[in-house]
Ligand binder design. Structure first.
Ligand code: SF4
Length: 202
């Protein structure tokens, strides 16, 4: 079976506990595009939650956010533009600046974003939330998902959907959608420390 753009469709997503309303924390359009399309094609009521105060500088943040917002509008997916509270992010990772990627700084960064997503889900009647953060092969998916589960455990009635979005062709399909849409491809994770580590920070 193919969709309108001739990409092979994956099997329908089935959230746990019969949920149909899903809050999807998104880090960027290239990571979330396939999940967004798949959820729409699966008949789910998906809302994108964009909360990424880690991204530096603000210009880069705006580029990633606006691209994600445009793609959500194209699919008819509501887009929640959350805070760019960088002061809180820097406070959260204080003392962890020199950690390598996949280290303790990243755990703190994931935890902060998952906690805010879980809180928004709780306050707005979403029984399930998920994140696009784990789809990249550059990330330790279990590290991300441990933070998602811990954040959900603090909000009664909210569950974290720890589906492996990379599997069953998800990662390849995401790359194909990103190419089809001509998305901007960032060359560092997001924070100033990851940018410095790649020799990209002036
Ligand atoms: S490298 Fe990425 S995940 Fe790790 S702290 Fe920086 S922005 Fe967050």
């Amino acid at each position: 079976m193919t969709d309108k753009s001739s990409l092979p469709m994956r099997e329908a997503f089935v959230p746990p506990d019969g949920a149909t309303r899903v809050l999807l924390h998104s880090c960027c359009a290239p990571c979330s595009c396939e999940i967004m399309e798949g959820m729409k094609q699966s008949g789910l009521d998906v809302t994108v939650f964009y909360y990424n105060p880690n991204i530096h500088p603000q210009k880069e943040y705006e580029i990633r956010k606006e691209e994600n917002k445009r793609f959500a509008a194209k699919l008819g997916v509501p887009f929640i533009d959350a805070d760019y509270d960088t002061d809180n992010w820097f406070a959260r990772v204080k003392g962890l600046e020199d950690e390598p990627e996949r280290g303790r700084r990243c755990s703190a960064c994931f935890a902060m974003r998952m906690e805010r997503a879980a809180l928004y889900a709780k306050e707005n009647g979403f029984p399930i939330f998920a994140t696009s953060l784990g789809i990249s092969r550059l990330k330790n998916q279990e590290q991300v998902y441990a933070c998602g589960r811990a954040a959900a455990a603090r909000q009664e009635g909210v569950s974290f959907w720890d589906y492996n979005w990379r599997a069953k062709g998800g990662a390849d399909r995401g790359a194909a959608i990103a190419k089809r849409e001509g998305f901007y491809r960032q060359n560092y994770c997001g924070c100033v420390f990851s940018k410095k580590a790649r020799g990209l920070e002036e």
